[in-house]
Design a protein. Sequence first.
Length: 116
Amino acid sequence: MTNLDHATHENLTYMFEKLQERLKVVNRVVLDPEYYSLNQYEDIKDVYDYVVSHPNLSVREIDALVSELGAIKAKKIGQPYNHLKPLRFKVIVIYSLLFYSIKLVLFVLRVVLQLF
């Protein structure tokens, strides 16, 4: 058993390895200790203690815990956790505009070709 009372990089790495196992996270980058600071150690340890003390976590609990870790990570990198949502929305809008522009061009071509 590792003593997790002290905020060290080794302890942080150990906790994230255990969290990855218990939370069964597919995208391991979400729980990469490099993206977390020792200043956030207590918050991370609270999440770790919760996960270790609850043998059966529901999907909602896992989702909430991963979101919480994402929010903690976002504090270190100085970005809001949902910083990709506006970008994703812009990409969807651009694809939609492109799709409808192509449909319009095809319609005009059909009309022009019917005239000849």
